[in-house]
Write a protein that binds this ligand. Structure first.
Ligand code: SF4
Ligand code: SF4
Length: 357
């Protein structure tokens, strides 16, 4: 299968994996493969978590997934996002519900993700309103959106004006390796976008404007040491392209959505799941992001994390929508765990902010 075909969304290919129940069946050894990986809950029970349960702590991050529409169509996308995913986009009314909650509760950070969140017509207004509430705002920007249309060229200035922390994927400082995962020409556009962000002050010492890059492996291996990768990326990007950034977050490819499709197609699913299990790190469990995050879907439903959101696994309990938001209950909830959680606890662990152990 060519990269171009592989990068089409599962939805547009009418893949069986576009059904989240089917993905969960695969992960639980009930479809496609009969590989038996021990239940994640049983593994953490043996690691000392009573009854194999994981509890939320204080919620510090309100993550909003504004929709699946994206100008890119990356091979490993866990959202199954792409230019064809126009149907699931957060409306103004749902954004307003988010703002109402943010105004009532002391949740310090709003983490905006997608898709390419900037494609949502309410994006800039939402950022401004969050800032007016005194929240720290993060935008998961894919970089190329800045160059995709003249109307997005001023995003670096917009981000700088509102002190938005920009978090952007760049799988490698090698053009071929990045393009193989994210699409032809993505690397050169990403470098140009970083240049524009640098010119607006991002990644520059003393500016207070943070540009953090996200590395994920271009194959079925676990990320290496985050600090070493950061040093390597910094020196290579500076030397080869004259661009700078603040921190590098190394994350593990989660065995869901398009990466799961890739694993199955390439016959590497069993080996990959086994490598996650073999690398299970009990100390990484405490730092998984679901413990301090609530993830909001485009339609206002609540999830423990963006991965659970993409698997349709809503938060436990009966209050699963913005309309029933109860911070006190959410901060005592049991996290909904499943076999993909091994991706967050392998090696040094993996979260939206990189390695955790
Ligand atoms: S840029 Fe991000 S959201 Fe868009 S397809 Fe790539 S991984 Fe998915
Ligand atoms: S996949 Fe989500 S629920 Fe599972 S451990 Fe990771 S962050 Fe938590």
């Amino acid at each position: 299968m060519s990269i171009h075909q592989r990068n089409k969304s599962l939805a547009s290919r009418h893949s069986a994996l576009s059904d989240t129940f089917f993905q969960l069946d695969v992960l639980n050894g009930k479809a496609v493969s009969d590989v038996r990986i021990p239940l994640f809950s049983e593994t953490i029970r043996q690691a000392g978590y009573a009854e194999g349960r994981l509890k939320s702590g204080r919620i510090e991050i309100f993550q909003v997934n504004v929709g699946k529409l994206c100008n890119q169509s990356c091979a490993h996308c866990h959202v199954d996002a792409g230019p064809d995913r126009k149907e699931e986009n957060m409306t103004r009314a749902t954004f307003e519900k988010c703002l109402d909650i943010l105004s009532r509760y002391d949740i310090p950070t709003v983490d905006i993700t997608g898709g390419a969140p900037e494609l949502n017509p309410n994006f800039r207004w939402f950022v401004e309103e969050c800032r007016a509430l005194g929240k720290h705002v993060m935008d998961r920007c894919n970089l190329t959106i800045i160059l995709s249309n003249p109307k997005y060229r001023d995003l670096p200035q917009f981000f700088a004006k509102h002190q938005v922390e920009v978090v952007s994927s760049l799988p490698h400082y090698n053009a071929r390796r990045t393009d193989s995962q994210r699409g032809e020409g993505v690397f050169s556009d990403s470098i140009e976008a970083i240049r524009l962000l640098n010119a607006a002050g991002y990644g520059q010492e003393g500016s207070g404007l943070h540009l953090n890059l996200v590395y994920n492996p271009t194959g079925t291996f676990l990320p290496g040491n985050q600090a070493a990768l950061e040093r390597e990326f910094k020196s290579q990007l500076k030397r080869q392209h004259g661009v700078e950034f603040n921190n590098l977050y190394a994350i593990t490819n989660m065995p869901i959505s398009r990466f799961l499709d890739y694993l199955l197609e390439s016959g590497q699913y069993e080996n990959y799941m086994q490598s996650l299990l073999d690398a299970f790190n009990p100390t990484a469990v405490a730092g998984v992001m679901c413990r301090n995050t609530i993830s909001v879907g485009w339609d206002g439903f609540l999830y423990d994390c963006d991965f659970n959101q993409m698997l349709g696994l809503k938060v436990s309990g009966s209050r699963t929508h913005l309309d029933d938001f109860d911070l006190n209950l959410l901060e005592q909830r049991d996290i909904v765990l499943n076999q993909h959680c091994y991706g967050c606890t392998a090696g040094a662990g993996s979260s939206c902010g990189g390695q955790v152990a």
